[in-house]
Structures are given as C-alpha cells and as structure tokens.
Design a protein around this ligand. Sequence first.
Ligand SMILES: *Cc1c(COP(=O)(O)O)cnc(C)c1O
Length: 382
Amino acid sequence: MMRSGSDNAPPGGPVHVTRAALPPLEDYLACVRRIFSTHGLTNMGEFARGLEAELTRTLDAPALAVCANGTLALQLALRLLGLNGKTVITTPFTYVATLSALLWEGCTPIFADIDPHSLCMDPAEAARQLDAHPEAAGLLPVHVYGNACDVDALEALTRERGVALLYDAAHAFGSRIRGKSLFAFGDAATASFHATKLFHTVEGGCIVARDPARKKELELLRAFGHVGDTHFSLGINAKLSELHAAMGLCLLPELPANIARRATVTGMYDETLGLAGDGAPGAEGLRRPRLAPGLAWNHAYYPVIFPDGGVRARVTEALEARDIHPRRYFFPSLTRLPYVQSPPCPVAEEMAERVLCLPLWADMAPELTREIAELTRAAARA
Ligand SMILES: *Cc1c(COP(=O)(O)O)cnc(C)c1O
C-alpha cells in the first residue's frame, strides 16, 4: 500500500493509535433485538449479569463487578478498600484517570517514580515514599501497557507495611504471569473497557476484589447502596447498561484471536525495528519496555522508547506528515500537571519525553505496519 503522494492523503483516511474492535454486526443486532423484545435496558439485566459471569471465569476473579467505566471502577475500588480521603502512593506514569479517581475520592496522592526498564512503579521508590509518608494507607500501581508490575515485591512491601494494594489494571486484560491473570494480584484490581482498550464494551469497566465476601459491597457501591426499599450504605450510580454489556459479550469470544493477531503485528514491528521485549536496544538505539519475566503479554500497545525527546519529536513529525497519529502514552508525567504540586520524578519525566505508542490493532494491514516501522526507523536515524 502506498500512502505517500503529493497531497499526503492516505487512501484509508487517518491512521490513529488504535481502531476499536467490533463484532460481526449480526451478532450485536441479535442482542439488540433481544433487548428490544424484553425492554430490559439496564439495572443489571441478563446481558450485564452474563458478562459479569463470563469475566469472573476469564479473570479467575474471586469477586467481580462490572461498571460504567474504568475511572468509576477505580473510585469504587478505593471506597471498597477504605482508601477514600487517605494518602495513597501512586505512579506519575499513567493515564490521568488514575490520578483523577484519587483526587475525586479526596485522597492525597504521592508519586513514587517508575522503573526505567518496565516503566511500572519501582518497588524501591514505593518503599521510600512509604517511609516518608507513614500516614499512607495504600498503594496504587499501574500495569503499564499490559506489562506486569513487580507483583511479588509490591505484595511483600504492602503486607510488611500493612497497607492496601490496588492495581489499576486498565491495560492488563488478557495478560497473565506464571499462568495467572494479573487481576489475581492485589487486594483489588480494576479494568477499563473503553473502546480504545484491548477488550471493550464501548464504555465500561470492572472491579475485581481478592475477598469473595465483598461482592455484595461492590454491588451496593455500584447501585445507590440499596436493594429494593432497603438502604444499606452510601452508593453511587456506576451500572453498566445492557447495550454496553452486549458489546462485551459479543467481543469476549474473540479475545484470544485478537491477542494472537496483535502478536503478529507487534512481531512485524519488532522485526523492522530490531526490538524485543527484553528491553535491549535495537535499531537507532530504540528500545521497548522490558516485559516482566514469566509474562504472557496481551500485546495491548506498542510503546517505543526513543534515545531522547528530540528523536521522539522527529518521528512524530514524520508520521503525522503521512496522517499517521501515534500517541504519547504517557505525557505529561502527572507530576507536571497544573493542578498538582509534587516533587519531581525524574525517571517518569524523562520517559514521558521519550515514549511513543505506535498504531496497533488486531487486523492492521501488514503493509501499513511495515510502512510505519520503516518511517519510524528512518526518522529516528535522520
Ligand atoms: C483508560 C484508562 C483508565 C480510565 O478508564 P475509562 O474507562 O476511560 O474511565 C484508567 N487508567 C488507565 C491506566 C487507563 O489507561
């Protein structure tokens, strides 16, 4: 496929960082027909309950509740673990929603810098921040790009200090470590099922809690704190609609094939850029984050770490000129937000300058993948 030309207009339109997966239209329409016949639109009907049951199996989850989005999932999980209003140690290298959820729940976030190889929270930095902030009640790390945090070190640290461990696993759906879903780690973990994510319900998310006895509390948090006329506790509205749940039920069976096809695309990027998941430098000094040992990665994103911000900017410009739009996941480091006062986190701030996620979706054309990889390599060399 030739996308170049005097007007730079690509035949297929702009190339974004990802393209939302869609099920066969007929599959989804069959669900819509059922919904129209029952008038069951929301309030945890057959589709939302069906999705919850399927996800509980897929994620080896002791307790799981689907909800309206990944940000509310974090907010509900913070409440479930009693972290609202408390000091929580988190990472500055994540999507802003990790922080918004904390601030919205009245928490005081403290940033622990990231490991320069995995780009996930550095357990030694987390320990340092726990020493400096003895009032901290919990840790909120992120499994960045579907890579795994150092789950053993973070588990040991939080048990030793007696603080809660909540994972933002928005990127981690389908990733497994030593055969276990990443949702099996921590006191709780949350997912986002936003349309840009590997698995989605258009908008949606879920909370997984380690303690099976807490499912009822999750249900109350999600739906106003009452069942019928009996009011138990404070809740909010975070329910997932039947139309959203139906999308998830249609897409879930395609997940293994989706991951396998993404693996093919990332393999093609790797080949052209000389990169691998061990973090070793490839062509033009580029590298990928180092994947955790024992990780069966979900191939959710294709992050490239450039030698410096100048090379990253040059590559962006070369791709944008062809109407190809990579994304700076994540920029800025959250330490730099205008409404945040934080001491610097030098590693996160440097990585925010150097990282770019290249376009990736399951059925991306090999020609397009190759073209993006070659443009990236050539611009990085220039
Ligand atoms: C997408 C995302 C969220 C927010 O999820 P929404 O479903 O969009 O609310 C939170 N954390 C991370 C790391 C994300 O990537």
